[in-house]
Design a binder for this molecule. Structure first.
Ligand SMILES: [Cu+2]
Length: 141
């Protein structure tokens, strides 16, 4: 079983309309590692959330995780699942049930002291999960 960690910086929707960004708005980064949970299309994912600037773990947040397939817009409806923080601060666990193998945009929504959304691009193929570079095409034709 192979796992590769995918490190991505937050998609900072809030910053889009606020170029100065001098308000001390905390942005999150997430390291997502998924492994097969045994059942087909079920994956156990570990998400390490940290302050993108300081690297400090982001603890005590309400974290929900959904998934969508960028190559198949509107075709999937994976309902967001609440992630559970582990004893290690800033480390959250969630089980994802996907609808097919392929490239998924895993959407991590943070609420509480930090509000942000982080997107991790991951390729789920059987027991294997590999990261997909943010700059790479989401299509595989
Ligand atoms: Cu699909």
């Amino acid at each position: 079983m192979r796992t590769i960690t995918c490190m991505l910086v937050a998609v900072a929707a809030l910053m889009a309309g606020c170029p100065q960004a001098a308000h001390g708005q905390v942005r999150a980064k997430a390291a997502v590692t998924c492994v097969s949970a045994g059942q087909v299309l079920e994956y156990d994912c570990t998400i390490r959330l940290a302050n993108a600037r300081s690297g400090e773990p982001l603890s005590g947040l309400t974290v929900s995780v959904g998934a969508d397939m960028p190559s198949m817009p509107g075709m999937h409806n994976v309902r967001p699942v609440k992630a559970t923080e582990q004893t290690e601060k800033g480390v959250y666990h969630v089980r994802l049930e996907l609808e097919m193998h392929g490239d998924w945009a895993v959407q991590i929504d943070l609420r509480g002291a930090v509000r942000d959304r982080v997107i991790a691009m991951l390729r789920f193929e059987g027991a294997e999960v590999i990261d997909v570079k943010p700059s790479s095409s989401q299509h595989r034709h």
